[in-house]
Every structure is written in structure tokens, then in C-alpha cells.
Write a protein that binds this ligand. Structure first.
Ligand code: SF4
Length: 393
């Protein structure tokens, strides 16, 4: 038995499709916290399921690779009527193998009447046995990840750990999905957007997001619509879920860490599609924000050009030192004639003089999408930096 396992391991190390080394390196990196563990488990289970299916298709039977024994031909024939009732449409009885597993391991199939029960055993066809194996794989991997996490925390610092620890700590950030365009723009400015450098990009945000950021800092929290509008914008700007959790927890100074974990962290994970329906939520565009719920007292969401009255907006522009008095009057005139998005585009123009002539500052959607405003603003700064560098002797 030991020899067989060693032989299989040696074979796997040579097989690029199996790629066990990467799997174990990722285990080390993704065991760090619950979020990462959950993400890793989802991906590994999907991969595991896929491999099981391809093993069935290419004729390599499960009992060989997973030490599962199919029932004998005689036993199968003796229950043929009952077993055939549980075949999926693409399975042919004569070619299908059945496995007998303790019914406790097939509770999902038992509860949905997808297998035949007899003498405390569930008789499961090959295609359905995959779901049992995936469940077992998930709970096994989950247990191992928790153990690894504890081991990593308790390990003393030695030179080897010091060498690889930064690599393991940052690996998850490299692999987390993000919206490429904004991410790229910020990356050019010196690293991806994260909980620590986010505030330095405050002035690259359109007025709506700047107000949300200022509101968050002032109140030490954001209400529901504000969290959604700002959170999805930051996601669109390339902030990873882990960094978003860190950023909001750090800025939710009005609530305790425990309350944040209980009441707010779920919403942030949900925004990233890691909770609930696991849907993909994208940043709101200007029409959605302008036509959406108007802010009430204590709210910071919405579009200032639409939802603030002219006096409030004028005072805000002045306090933020946006443009000259004449430029502010132009913005206010657009707001008063209900051309909110043009007022926002004018705000961009005032804050980024000469940008219209810069090839690498794409202003196409400025005034239509907050992330386009942000992206163009970051590109503008980058282009200016380049110009400065060109003239520096
Ligand atoms: Fe934000 Fe769009 Fe309003 Fe500009 S027009 S402040 S980007 S919602």
C-alpha cells in the first residue's frame, strides 16, 4: 500500500496537470484567515470536481484513484430495478458503476431521494458519488487549513520563515480578482490600491466619493447606501476584499471591532460575491446614483451635483478650494440647469487643467461613471509626473 502511494506521488510530481506543489504552496498562503480559506476551498472543490469528472470520462475509474470499491456485478444485477430508477439521463445502466457508502456520507443525496437505500448503505451511481467525495474533500481540506493556520501562528521566526513569509502573506493579494483598468492606473502610481494608501487618492475621486470618504472619516461609519456606493466604487478601483475589510474596519471608529465583524464585515464580503447569492456586484454608474435614493440627514451617498442645493454645493466647492470663483459659478450654473453630469465633467476639467490635450488621459466616461473619473484623474497625475521627469535635468 505504502509503495503504491509513493509510486502515485512520484507520478503526480511529474504530471503538470496534477501540479501538487502549487497546491501545497497555496495551502500555506491561503490558510491565513477565514476569508482566504473559504475562497481557496471554493476554488479547490471546483477543481476537484472537474478532475473527478474528467477521470470518469477518460475511463480511469474512481476505485483505482480514490480507493472506492464498486459493488459487484451480481449485486448490481440483483438490485437492477431499484438502481435504474436513480440513474441520470446520460447514464447507461450496463456501463455505470455503483458504489455502496454508509448513508451518513450521502445525506444530501438521501434527503433529495437521489440514491437507493438498503441495510444502512446508500447505493450511489458514479456521477453522484462525486458530490459525496467533494464534500469529504472539502471538510478534509478545511480541517487541514485550520491546522496549518495555527501552526503558522505558533511557529517561531527562523531565517527560512523570514525569507518566505512575505511571499506567502502577499500571494493571495496577487491572485484576488480586481477590475483591471483602475487597478492598472493606481498600480502605475506606486503599487495596488490598499487600505493604507487609499487616503492619498482621495483627491482623485469625484465629488460623490470624496464626500463619502470625508463622511466616513467624520462620522466613523457609513450608513447602508453609503457603504454600498463607496464600497463598490473602491472594489471597481481595484481594492481587494481583504483590503476593503481592513480599510472599513480601520475607519469604522464609531463601532467596536466586535460589532464591525458581526454587523458589517458580512456586507463587505457580500459586495465581493463571497456571501449570499455570490453574484457579481459592480460599481454604480452616475445615472444610477443620480436617480437613486436621495440622501437623508446623516447620509453621505448620492451625487452632490444632483442632491445638494446650489448654496450647499457652492459652499462645498469653495471649502475644497475647487477652481476660481468664475469656474465655480460655471459649475453651479450647470447644476442649476439640471445638467449634473456636465457639472461633474466641468469639475474634472477645473481640477485637471490641460488634460483634454493629453493622449493618455482617457476622459470618455468622466461624468458618466465615478470610476472613469477616478481612472482619468490618476492617469493625469501619472502623465504630469512623466512630464516633470522629462524636463528634470
Ligand atoms: Fe459622482 Fe457621477 Fe455625480 Fe460625478 S456625476 S459626482 S461621478 S455621481
Amino acid at each position: 500500500m505504502k509503495a503504491a502511494i509513493e509510486e502515485a506521488d512520484a507520478e503526480n510530481l511529474k504530471d503538470p496537470d496534477v501540479d501538487e506543489l502549487s497546491h501545497f504552496i497555496l495551502r500555506l498562503s491561503y490558510c491565513q484567515n477565514e476569508e482566504l480559506r473559504r475562497w481557496f476551498l471554493d476554488k479547490e472543490c471546483a477543481l476537484f470536481q472537474n478532475r473527478l469528472e474528467s477521470r470518469s470520462h477518460d475511463g480511469r475509474s474512481l476505485h483505482k484513484s480514490l480507493a472506492l470499491t464498486p459493488i459487484s456485478q451480481e449485486e448490481k444485477e440483483s438490485m437492477s430495478k431499484e438502481l435504474q430508477a436513480f440513474l441520470s439521463p446520460r447514464e447507461v445502466f450496463a456501463k455505470t458503476e455503483f458504489y455502496a457508502v454508509p448513508f451518513q456520507q450521502a445525506l444530501t443525496l438521501v434527503s433529495s431521494r437521489q440514491c437507493f437505500l438498503k441495510g444502512g448503505k446508500a447505493y450511489v451511481s458514479e456521477s453522484k458519488v462525486h458530490s459525496i467525495l467533494t464534500l469529504k474533500f472539502r471538510s478534509h481540506l478545511s480541517r487541514i487549513l485550520v491546522q496549518m493556520s495555527n501552526l503558522r501562528k505558533n511557529q517561531t521566526i527562523d531565517p527560512e520563515k523570514a525569507r518566505i513569509e512575505p511571499l506567502l502573506a502577499n500571494m493571495s493579494r496577487v491572485l484576488v480578482d480586481s477590475e483591471p483598468s483602475d487597478h492598472m492606473a493606481v498600480h502605475q502610481m506606486g503599487g495596488p490600491l490598499n487600505a493604507s494608501n487609499l487616503t492619498q487618492y482621495k483627491e482623485n475621486m469625484p465629488l460623490c466619493m470624496r464626500q463619502l470618504h470625508n463622511g466616513l472619516v467624520k462620522d466613523g461609519k457609513l450608513k447602508h447606501w453609503g457603504r454600498l456606493q463607496y464600497g463598490l466604487f473602491l472594489k471597481g478601483a481595484g481594492l481587494s476584499m481583504e483590503e476593503a475589510l481592513g480599510f472599513f474596519q480601520r475607519h469604522f471608529t464609531a463601532v467596536t471591532g466586535e460589532k464591525f465583524q458581526k454587523e458589517y464585515s458580512y456586507n463587505i464580503r457580500h459586495m465581493y460575491g463571497k456571501e449570499g447569492k455570490r453574484a457579481t456586484y459592480t460599481a454604480y454608474n452616475c445615472s444610477k446614483i443620480i436617480m437613486g435614493n436621495a440622501p437623508n440627514a446623516g447620509d453621505h451617498h448620492g451625487c452632490p451635483f444632483k442632491h445638494y442645493d446650489a448654496q450647499h454645493l457652492g459652499t462645498l466647492l469653495q471649502s475644497l478650494r475647487i477652481g476660481t470663483p468664475e469656474e465655480r459659478s460655471e459649475i453651479l450654473a450647470l447644476k442649476k440647469s439640471n445638467q449634473f453630469q456636465l457639472a461633474c465633467a466641468k469639475h474634472f476639467e477645473v481640477m485637471h487643467p490641460g488634460s483634454i490635450k493629453m493622449d493618455n488621459v482617457n476622459q470618455d466616461n468622466v461624468g458618466n461613471h465615478p470610476n472613469a473619473w477616478f481612472r482619468a484623474s490618476v492617469s493625469y497625475l501619472e502623465a504630469k509626473k512623466g512630464l516633470t521627469a522629462d524636463v528634470t535635468p
